[in-house]
Ligand binder design. Structure first.
Ligand SMILES: C[C@H](O)[C@H](O)[C@H]1CNC2=NC(N)=NC(=O)C2=N1
Length: 114
């Protein structure tokens, strides 16, 4: 099985099915500490990353933003002193796609690289 973090997002403009519950479980089992949340009926993946100060939280936020631009898939990012909340979902399908799990794995990799 190819690591999620090594995969690329496929272009997604609403013409793809959402991940099934069993796909969600399979992809989620390859990640650590990501929470599956439900916002008004839409499934999303969320994780809070901790930092020692505001500046390193901003650096991480920008690095995640750069990868999002590269992959054409964009998160919600809430940057605060000492923490960043990252939320991935696919707007076009109002739910989760494999792209979101790929980006979650890449987000973990970015955190480890800083
Ligand atoms: C045209 C462009 O690829 C799409 O609008 C992309 C941009 N980034 C995106 N990011 C996310 N998270 N979901 C989307 O549906 C999405 N759509």
């Amino acid at each position: 099985m190819t690591d999620l973090k090594q995969q690329k997002c496929v272009p997604c403009e609403g013409n793809v099915p959402a991940a099934t519950d069993s796909e969600i479980q399979e992809y989620k089992s390859q990640l650590s500490d990501w929470n599956l949340i439900d916002i008004e009926g839409e499934k999303r993946l969320e994780k809070v990353y901790k930092f020692p100060d505001f500046k390193s939280a901003v650096t991480f936020t920008n690095a995640v933003g750069d990868e999002a631009e590269k992959q054409g898939h964009h998160p919600a990012l809430l940057t605060e002193w000492g923490k960043v909340t990252v939320t991935w979902w696919t707007h076009a399908i109002r739910g989760l796609h494999k792209n979101d799990f790929i980006m979650a794995a890449k987000t973990d990799e970015i955190k480890q690289s800083l």
